[in-house]
Design a protein around this ligand. Structure first.
Ligand SMILES: [Zn+2]
Length: 323
């Protein structure tokens, strides 16, 4: 579907995912995609068909700009590379993460198991151990040809894009601003309905929620009439959506502090006391609980850094209380 002059939104299907699609944006004159889609032949043939509708082919693509390195955005790139020589462009941190992962993937299971303990999910250790083999797979890094920094200008045929580094949902996340068309390609940084998953891991020592909120401010007041996200649907009022997301996280932070009123609590304790839009905690499977816990942990880290709550490690488990 053409969404602006020379800009097409391709639907790349994701089976078994409630989001349904990843959007890949095709910039016609530059023969460029912004993001690709999940790996698989279904996704590949959908992309190929939509390229053909624009009288072009996978082999004619010049480059793919990557908003972030999650599989639903980059997984299809290797399939495209088998048919054509595309240049890949991503934020510098994407490559740093890939290199770090190569070094520590052997310890991945141990890290995940230790994290589960720290977060207060020790009762799931036996369940987790059934998947130990799954964490032993060699990482398959994606060749990144060009690394960019915040504020980089990508001057392509028919389109000038400015890179806006927006860490939060992923540390390497970028949005792309087309000032002339007044468009923002927002990746998964700002989605119109769901809130982006922002999570922290105990081995990372970052503040992804703090980063995320700063990154929202970075895009809020851009001169933009149309925001083109990685999922769901395009939308017009970026500042309104940003303020909804701020409200969501403010409410969540209040909920987290409420949950701590009962005394020292683990991350799993707090996560179980929070209202989750997707489904109640009690009926979440283990993997969803783990995602909810790492998201809760990001909120706790944010509050800890603001000295609003206290963090201690007692018997190998993180415990939080109101400051
Ligand atoms: Zn995504």
């Amino acid at each position: 579907m053409q969404v602006a002059d020379g800009v097409h939104q391709f639907k790349v299907p994701m089976r078994h995912n409630p989001l349904g699609y990843t959007y890949s944006y095709y910039l016609k004159e530059a023969e460029t995609l912004i993001d690709a889609g999940i790996p698989g032949w279904d996704a590949y043939s959908a992309l190929e068909k939509q390229l053909q509708e624009q009288d072009t082919h996978v082999k004619d693509l010049e480059r793919i700009i990557i908003t972030h390195m999650h599989n639903d955005h980059v997984g299809l790139i290797e399939y495209i590379r088998e048919r054509g020589a595309v240049e890949t462009i991503a934020h510098r941190i994407a490559e740093e993460h890939q290199q770090a992962q190569i070094k520590w993937y052997k310890d991945m299971y141990r890290n995940i198991s230790e994290e589960l303990q720290l977060l207060g999910g020790g009762s799931f250790q036996q369940f987790l151990s059934r998947f130990e083999h799954a964490f032993r797979e060699d990482p398959k890094p994606l060749r990144l040809d060009k690394l960019v920094e915040d504020d980089a200008a990508l001057d392509l045929p028919g389109v000038k894009l400015r890179v806006i580094w927006t860490p939060g949902h992923a540390a390497e996340h970028i949005c792309l601003h087309d000032a002339e068309r007044r468009i923002l390609f927002s990746g998964d940084h700002v989605l119109p309905k769901i809130t982006s998953h922002v999570s922290e891991h105990t081995w990372e020592k970052r503040d992804p929620l703090g980063d995320y909120l700063n990154s929202l401010i970075k895009v809020r007041d851009l001169p933009v009439d149309l925001t083109l996200p990685g999922h769901e649907h395009s939308f017009t009022s970026l500042p309104d959506r940003v303020s909804q997301l701020f409200k969501h996280h403010e409410a969540r932070l209040v909920e987290v502090k409420e949950a701590l009123k009962g005394g020292k609590s683990t991350v799993f304790d707090v996560a179980s006391a929070i209202h989750w839009d997707s489904r109640p905690w009690l009926i979440m499977d283990f993997w969803t609980k783990r995602m909810a816990a790492t998201e809760t942990y990001a909120h706790l880290v944010y509050l800890r850094n603001k000295s609003e709550i206290r963090e201690e490690v007692i018997d190998g488990v993180l415990r939080y209380s109101l400051a």
